[in-house]
Design a protein around this ligand. Structure first.
Ligand SMILES: [Zn+2]
Length: 84
């Protein structure tokens, strides 16, 4: 990670908050907004193919896979990850 010790601690804090929000399912993604009564198109605007929920937006969407793969972490998510 860039930024030395200070930058790394910020990144770890950001990652902790990201994962906590993901675990709590409180990201303002379309499925959550629809549950709160906000009228909008449930389809993911990145791929226009599948409903946008946590699994899709962060793991299954081809756009998400590209982001994870091109990130410094270089994560490759298999095609069948979290399917079902
Ligand atoms: Zn998508």
């Amino acid at each position: 990670m860039r930024g030395g010790k200070y930058g790394q601690s910020i990144s770890q804090e950001v990652l902790k908050k990201f994962l906590w929000r993901l675990g709590q399912n409180i990201w303002p993604i379309r499925s959550n907004l629809l549950e709160k009564g906000i009228q909008l198109d449930p389809i993911c605007p990145l791929c226009n193919e599948h409903p946008e929920d946590n699994k899709h937006l962060f793991m299954q969407c081809n756009a998400a896979k590209a982001v994870w793969f091109t990130s410094p972490l270089g994560i490759h998510i298999p095609c069948n990850a979290l399917s079902a």
